[in-house]
Design a protein around this ligand. Structure first.
Ligand code: IVH
Length: 736
């Protein structure tokens, strides 16, 4: 979409904008072009050329100019993705052309049959096919009028869907305006699939787990669920993507040069639903320069790409004759898992649109396309029993024991069914036939039970009243879905905490593993986390299977783990609601793990993305004397308790040891650069306002931190400029 010349120019413009503190309102259009360009590089090309923080800075400048000059706000401004109010409900709207489904094929015979019919219907000997992924997401249709996105809808029943425009505007890879007019198009309806990439899905499930919520079964459910969320701001956080692959309808600008149309027949056949204004010409063939892009499906894909959409331009494959299709789909199934998103097959489309029109459609699907479905990742099996396992936080989790079944190449015999609410929601009983799914590398999940095939022999799942391991009573708070064993010494919890501590994402003590933790614990060789660093290797050496080499490996792995970065240690502690992401946030906000012992919940909440629940959990953990004792033991055993990245320069200055905190938006400096500057001069960054704070550096729109600091007379409140002066001449700094 951007030529090398345009790219160079926009890049230069970006650098210019980044180098000045305040962009002038006269440059608003250029700034918007720059932002759209970076959105394109990021969301369509997957190849950003500015840092996220730099993009954010430019975006904030645009917000500022628009706030100061409301008359300059335009509906296609990048800012208009955000800020719209909550949807109260989703009105039903009619698609301009009904959204058909696809016929399915599963093997070479089905494809040969499809090709035979296609050749019969068209009279063409060898047909050219365009093959593209069958995206496994939620289908949408969108209307652009005069280049602006005016409406987006879910598929619904194919004729009518729900209007979800506000949510779709939060999908960054969907342009709010697209240059269709360049191709003579006034109104256009296009279709595609909204999906969550595997990475975004994992992150999303990680977030659910951190909140103690059960994960979603697959990215498709996550995408379709996200589209129907009432708050577009939450939709924005889901990191949805969209692929657009079909133009179902369009009208052209009056007076645009119109050659004879083949697409006109298609639109008539599709029985358009609404009235069309009289002064526009419908259904015309689109011209781009000399070649008509829309005479082929691959051209359609290219046109959408050129208009700034993420279409399968790079993924599509043109093949002549069905044997080439068969070879391609077979080979593709092998690399399916390498894609960053889920697909459930490939779609094979007759490439020539004139031939498509000749073939027409049934009431259910077009005759010119067929889906080739890959091996199902779903299977049905019997739920034979439920066992209850105690986790490291004492949560008692029901685990369904299944008749082992192969799904997507893996045999599944047990699946977590999370909690009582989940069991109720999925309507699960012992003896049920259940549908299970293993989407890519996602942990298998039960999609649903099949109550229609119940025999009457099924039994309800009974929750235990006592911990299945230590037999103490179980408790459940009102706001939680899980029952917990609150005996901190419960052997099951202790073992699970150690297993978590040594695990790959935590301290990554290779070759330790779950089996060894259990073995050493059962033999009395390991009773708590510090015990990992004081193992009796003479005793272990006498155990079967522990030769010199395996002991050396284990020793080396344990020793190496002492140098793991602080965020790994924080995650390894197994604090409730503190997953890897939160652990990194916490580690980045401190220098030394023991600082957490002196932070209150309010200070913890001032860390990025840390809410009440997480702050409370961290606070409780660090107020527990046993936990602090354990941390001191670990320190003595040689573990690294500092955030090395944040250690200060040793050069003494007048600012040595002075504490700094930044609040509000800094206009000249990036927050991280400002913090680094303060540290370089001997300062220390703290994360909350307290009497220990020396300097509060106040940017624009400072809030509660400023108010709080005003009440403490020892805190020196300075502007960004004053901070810069201080950094230039630290030795003249007044002691606050
Ligand atoms: S073409 C008339 N192409 O799969 C156009 N559909 O199971 C018909 N889908 O309803 C759709 N990827 O939601 C088409 N590359 C692709 C697709 C695709 C996913 C979805 C679409 C359709 C469903 C049928």
């Amino acid at each position: 979409m951007y030529t090398p010349g345009q790219t160079k120019q926009l890049q230069a413009q970006t650098q210019m904008f980044l180098s000045i503190p305040s962009i002038d309102k006269d440059d608003i259009e250029t700034l918007r072009q720059v932002l759209r360009f970076h959105e394109y590089r990021y969301y369509i090309e997957n190849d950003p050329i500015v840092a996220d923080s730099e993009y954010d800075r430019l975006f904030k400048q645009l917000e500022r100019i628009e706030a100061e000059n409301p008359g300059l706000v335009s509906p296609s401004s990048p800012t208009q993705r955000v800020g719209s109010s909550l949807n109260q409900s989703f009105p039903t709207v009619q698609h301009l052309v009904p959204m058909l489904s696809l016929d399915n094929s599963y093997n070479a015979e089905d494809l040969i049959d499809f090709d035979r019919k296609a050749r019969e219907l068209t009279g063409v000997e060898t047909i050219e096919y365009c093959i593209e992924p069958k995206f496994d997401g939620a289908s949408i249709s969108m209307i652009y009028e005069n280049d602006l996105l005016t409406r987006a809808a879910t598929r619904g029943d194919g004729v009518e869907g729900e209007e979800i425009t506000a949510n779709i505007k939060r999908v960054r890879s969907i342009p709010l305006s697209a240059p269709f007019s360049k191709f003579g198009v006034q109104q256009i309806e296009i279709r595609g699939e909204v999906l969550m990439t595997k990475a975004a899905f994992h992150k999303y499930n990680e977030g659910l787990a951190e909140q103690g919520l059960p994960p979603l079964a697959n990215p498709r459910n996550a995408a379709s669920g996200s589209l129907r969320i009432k708050d577009p701001a939450i939709v924005a956080k889901r990191n949805l993507e969209a692929f657009l692959y079909h133009i179902s309808y369009y009208t052209t600008v009056p007076g645009f040069q119109l050659p004879a149309s083949s697409l006109s027949e298609r639109n008539e056949e599709n029985t358009r639903n609404d009235n069309n204004p009289a002064d526009i010409t419908e259904n015309s063939k689109l011209e781009t320069g000399n070649s008509s892009l829309l005479s082929t499906h691959s051209g359609t894909i290219q046109l959408l790409w050129e208009c700034g959409f993420r279409s399968p331009q790079k993924e599509k494959k043109l093949v002549r004759g069905i044997q080439g299709v068969i070879d391609y789909v077979k080979a593709f199934e092998q690399v399916r898992d390498d894609l960053p998103y889920e697909i459930d097959g490939l779609v094979i489309k007759v490439n020539d649109i004139a031939l498509q029109d000749k073939m027409g459609m049934t009431t259910h699907h077009p005759r010119w396309a067929i889906a080739f479905k890959f091996k199902a990742r779903q299977a049905t099996t019997k739920l034979k029993a439920v066992e209850f396992q105690v986790g490291r936080t004492g949560a008692v989790t029901p685990v369904a024991k299944l008749e082992p079944v192969a799904v997507g190449g893996v045999t599944v015999g047990s699946i977590s069914i999370h909690n009582e609410e989940y069991i109720k929601e999925k309507d699960l009983m012992i003896g049920d036939t259940v549908l299970i799914e293993r989407a890519g590398d996602v942990i298998p999940q039960i999609v649903k039970s099949l109550p229609d095939v119940r025999t009457g022999e099924e039994r309800h799942i009974q929750f235990p009243k006592q911990c299945p391991v230590c037999k103490s009573g179980l408790f459940k708070t009102e706001d939680e879905a899980v029952w917990r064993c609150i005996n901190i010494e419960c052997p099951a919890q202790v073992v699970e905490r150690i297993i978590h501590f040594v695990s790959k994402d935590a301290m990554d003590i290779k070759s330790f593993g779950e089996a060894n933790v259990r073995k050493f614990y059962d033999l009395g060789l390991l009773k708590d986390i510090p015990g990992i660093y004081a193992l009796d290797f003479d005793a272990i050496g006498k155990l079967e299977g522990f030769g010199k080499k395996s002991i050396d490996n284990l020793l080396a792995a344990i020793e190496a783990s002492k140098q793991q970065p602080l965020h790994r240690l924080i995650y390894a502690l197994g604090i409730r609601f503190v997953g890897e992401t939160t652990a990194k946030t916490v580690a980045n906000a401190i220098h030394d793990v023991f600082e957490l012992e002196h932070m209150n919940e309010e200070q913890l909440q001032q860390m990025e993305d840390i809410g009440v629940k997480v702050a409370q959990s961290i606070y409780t953990f660090f107020q527990n004397g046993e936990n602090i004792k354990m941390l001191h033991q670990l320190k003595e055993l040689g573990l690294q308790m500092y955030n090395l990245k944040r250690s200060v320069s040793t050069e003494a200055t007048a600012l040595q040891g002075q504490t700094f905190l930044f609040t509000g938006t800094l206009l000249k400096l990036k927050r991280s650069d400002a913090e680094a500057m303060a540290e370089k001069n001997g300062g220390k960054i703290v994360s909350g306002v307290s009497s220990k704070l020396n300097y509060l550096v106040v940017g624009e729109d400072a809030g509660s931190k400023l108010e709080k600091a005003k009440k403490i007379n020892t805190v020196k409140i300075i502007t960004e400029d004053e901070f810069l002066e201080l950094m230039e001449a630290p030795d003249t700094a007044p002691t606050p």
